[in-house]
Design a protein. Sequence first.
Length: 812
Amino acid sequence: MKEYDHKQIDPKWQNEWEHSNLYRAVDFADKPKKYILVEFPYASGDGVHIGHCRTYSMIDVLARFERMQGYNVLFPMGWDAFGLPTENYAIKHKINPKVVTKQNTDNFRRQLKMMGYSFDWSREIDTTEPSYYKWTQWIFLKFLENGLAYKEKAPINWCPKCKVGLANEEVVNGRHERCGSEVEMKELSQWMLKITAYADRLADELDEVDYPESIKAAQRNWIGRKTWIDISFDVEGTGQKLVVSTTQPETIYGVTFIVVAPEHPIFDEDKKFVPEEYRDTVLAYKKEAQGKTPEERADEKMKKTGVFTGLYAINPVNGERVQIWMTDFVLMTVGTGAVMGVPGHDKRDFQFATQYKLPVARVIVGPDGKTGEINKISEVQHDAGTVVNSDILDGLSVDEASEKIMDHLVENGIGHAEVRYNIHDWIFSRQHYWGEPIPVVFCEKCGTVPVPEKDLPVVLPDVESYEPTETGESPLAAIDEWVNTTCPTCGGTAKRETDTMPNWAGSSWYFYRFCDPDNDTAIADPEKLNYWMPVDFYDGGAEHVTLHLLYSRFWHKFLNDIGVVPGKEPYRARRNHGMLLGEGGTKMSKSLGNVINPDDLVEKFGADVVRLYLLFTGPHEGTVEWSDRAIQGVNRFVRKFWKFFMENANAKKKTDDVSELGVEIAVNRLIRQLTDELPQRKFNTSVAALMEFYNDAHEKPVTIENLQKIAVAIAPMVPHVAEEFWSAVGGNGSVHAQPWPEVDEKLLQQESVVIPVQINGKVRGKVNISPDASEDTVRAAVMALDSVQRCLDGQDVKKFIYVPGKIATLVV
RNA sequence: GCCGGGGUGGUGGAACUGGCAGACACGCAGGACUUAAAAUCCUGUUCCCGCUUGCGGGAGUGCGGGUUCGAUCCCCGCCCCCGGCACCA
């Protein structure tokens, strides 16, 4: 018998697959299409992470299974390769990032091929190839042409370490999500993409796609659409109106003060609205607040602070005169930067009122039924209850009152409703070398001029130094011969834009390029896009939910609007894969020394053992831990299974030699389970099913037909082993080109079943019955049981329940 | 605080969404083979109690209630963990 030798069989079949183009997706094939996509990796110098392998192993099973189900499957792979890690590596080692990228992608490709994934390598793409980023630039020009890209001087999030502007999505807890440095604010002129123009559709059209609720919620939350009402308060003695915004207008009769952000224009010194005797303290507080970092200002444990400004506002609904305070817990960037203080029904306002001894009023009686004074923070709430002490709103529920007062304020010209969003326009400029140049020139006469389509791509020039500059300018700005150009419109002297695009640009449209990777006249042939799009199943990381996933939906909707791509949404279904942590539950990292290298594993165990183990670790969407021990279990299993299969294959038994049907049933049960579970991505139980099959079958006689079915059924999970099996039992062609085996349902309807018998909910025995036995027959069999008689002990049976094929229950 | 997802043996995790809880695997214990070890194979393995073994009894899916013949699953009230958002008014 041939031993299992992965070093021989892995490369043998990988070569065979490559030479026969086995996994090529055929444009316009007659079969129904299925576009299965897994996020392409950032090609870092560390090589493929074992977590990548887990995900790809799972999605590869899916792709192989769907092919065998008769689908024309597009399962592509490529490289997201612009960006900081490569640039930093290039700076450190003084190597051109192009060279670094080539090394990295070569290594990634080698590793993924070593794992035996069924990617269609003929469609490989690289976002840093000019032939690719030409189209990234082209899409930018379309944004520009349609008024959705604009340059604006604005305070932006600035990472002092990476010397780069950041999008809001890249700032996590006041820190750059990639390097962890504290983010500063910096005034810079930046290209922006108007994602806010698509905010409503990005939120609403989530209803049309199959994403987990957690993703939809995270995106809606990030978009943060709310209806606000802006209410005008007169500021006493100034002739000014102060516009206060709220989402809880039903508490307006509970206003006892107004709190305003320090940056609010009403406090501008030259306007002198603040009474003279208060000016010094107000100014001092303002300065102090502006000296704090956004993080310090947002620190929840920090005490609420503020100063009375000497100004009073008049509540438009009841004419009440209330103090106006300046405080840094109100943010100028939210609403109008002025908030009504309702300490009875808002916890922050309550804290503030307690601190400065401001009055507290009750206008809602909550579920606790209390009607008196509000003295404790635990009594502060606005979610539910009946409105009181509120004139026209008295007796209404919170929701009714909200609606009524909104209408009232709007009708009387005191307030107006305003839909606001949390999402801001996308800062699209980066002051770095290793990115797509933004295809724009600045002409003294013509202003900002887009580079004409025929001149694309604007190729990234070679530079001496890749380091970002202290001034915040891109290193490209130092290359005069590149920067200085002629204006495409007037032919006069002009300068190129030196900002490059963010890392997210190339990945916002890459799924189109896989449909037609070599097209040099369009992002892809529209016919091919029509055939392949949308992506039917998209796997990716949870960290991309408000970044890549939202950005690419935005690009897609825009490109659909201008007729470039089909359909409202790019991805029909999306799932997030779980993380693979190191042993002990910590993240794998070089510093902890717990990084698992796929090269070592494949060398030791072979690709199929590694794949099968990764499938066995747990559900696709769950976070799991690496275990050195558990992979040994799978290794043992594969070797046992190999022995069982090959010994039987060599024996070459014929069907008529076998009288026993046990294995026949087991084979069908296995196929039944895999057929049901693989598309649901319950890979861990599919591996268990395979092990159960072995445990059941390995000592029973097996026919060649059985073995052939087994080889086909295991092909998606262990592709190399399956090929060996298939050829050992005389199969023609590749096992992966075989149709998925049919389940013989008749065989699975066994002649008898064992069902449990319960008395008062406890199992007291079992009966062996035919699945189509009548209730009376079952009852007779149950009553005949010794164990039942013993437990009944003469008591009357009040009720007999028989759930066919499942259970029989007696109630006494 | 709000939103989303969870809590099952020593461990990773099963259980067709109301029908035998703990599949499969890891680990552990005992045994076989071996001079010995590794490897391999066999047996056992939720906990507690009783018994001579075959066996019998009880408890048990974060906690407390409820619905039901029957609840890991449904309902009510809590506790804890993970992820997202957040002085968002």
